[in-house]
Write a protein that binds this ligand. Structure first.
Ligand code: HEC
Ligand code: HEC
Length: 277
């Protein structure tokens, strides 16, 4: 099956060669990659085992083959999307199907990831985000109440129905949690769960929930697993007033840089309590 959001790699094997060489990712050359693999005896032994008929098995081609074979074993058993791809039309609700279609047509996946788990920390993860919150943000981008040149342009062409369908699609996806920095996690957790009384900062958990799942009806976003860099950027925007929200503006103003960094790291590693399907 074609890979990447725009299908530019014909298959898994072609795709495996991309990130190794891309300037924004590992920025390596095929020659240096082979050299690096050869510098580790464990890998040389494993390549010999995997390609027993070849004299010099550590090649860039074989690296891509090995990664592709491994990736083909990665599955998300019984996910609604897999069932849908497998031909079970009823696995997705009609609003989710519409949302998926708009998501693909409008190119949201380029930045936010095909399943709403963006690869780059500049772009927020949308997977598992509360639907009503997503609709509100898209309306705010469209009206200019939330200011971001990229997203204002993206939201300008969306109808209310498009926004609802997109929100249904993202909220049905599962967020992939990142890792917290072990050096920051304790301070971050203390602030998240208990606030800071001396600085009059309330516990984030009071509104965003102990597991970071937010509060759908109250339009409070889920935070669990969100990229730390994005969280920091939004806390700074609330603090300097370039993003306005009557609840978040006073809270963010009272956070110092260290607290923002710590709580953002904790949030990046926070796991939502799994909801059984
Ligand atoms: C070129 C990159 C790009 C594309 C394409 C894009 N976005 Fe975004 N999106 C962003 C950035 C950057 C932000 C963060 C904006 C900010 O800092 O306020 C964002 C924020 C959002 C948010 C707010 C998330 C939150 O947690 O508050 C939503 C919802 C969203 N985008 C939905 C969409 C949808 C739907 C589409 C397709 C119609 C789309 N985006 C296309 C870059 C993009
Ligand atoms: C009184 C309730 C409340 C408390 C307490 C609270 N928040 Fe929020 N938070 C909100 C609401 C509501 C929004 C959505 C703002 C909007 O609609 O633009 C939000 C948005 C955010 C966002 C933006 C998320 C995104 O996807 O763009 C971040 C980050 C955030 N809060 C972090 C925190 C942190 C960290 C704390 C604790 C120090 C905290 N919040 C405490 C209510 C709260």
């Amino acid at each position: 099956m074609a890979q990447f959001w725009d299908g530019r790699a014909a298959d898994l094997e072609q795709k495996a060669k991309g990130p190794v060489q891309a300037s924004v990712e590992m920025s390596n050359t095929p020659e240096r990659t082979v050299e690096t693999i050869k510098s580790m005896p464990e890998y040389v032994t494993l390549f010999k085992k995997s390609f027993p008929t070849e004299k010099d098995p550590v090649t860039f081609e074989n690296m891509a083959k090995a990664i592709a074979v491994f990736e083909a074993t990665l599955i998300t058993p019984r996910s609604a999307f897999d069932q849908y791809l497998g031909g079970k039309e009823s696995a997705l609700a009609s609003s989710e199907k519409e949302g998926l279609k708009i998501f693909m047509d409008k190119g949201c996946a380029a930045c936010h990831g095909a399943d709403g788990n963006s690869a780059s920390s500049q772009f927020p993860k949308l997977a598992g985000q509360n639907a009503a919150y997503i609709v509100k943000q898209l309306q705010d981008f469209k009206s200019g109440a939330r200011n971001n040149p990229i997203m204002s342009g993206m939201a300008a062409g969306l109808s209310d129905q498009d926004m609802q369908n997109l929100a249904a699609w993202f909220s049905s996806q599962k967020v992939k949690t990142g890792e917290a920095d072990p050096g920051l996690v304790k301070a971050g957790e203390t602030l998240y769960r208990g606030g800071d009384k001396s600085a009059q900062i309330p516990a984030c958990a009071a509104c965003h929930g102990p597991d970071g799942s937010g509060n759908g009806p109250m339009l409070v976003p889920a935070l669990a697993g969100q990229h730390a860099a994005y969280v920091i950027s939004q806390l700074q925007a609330f603090a300097n007033g370039s993003r306005t929200n009557e609840m978040m503006n006073p809270i963010a103003k009272r956070l110092n840089d260290k607290q923002m960094k710590a709580v953002a790291s904790y949030i990046q590693g926070l796991h939502r309590t799994p909801v059984q399907p």
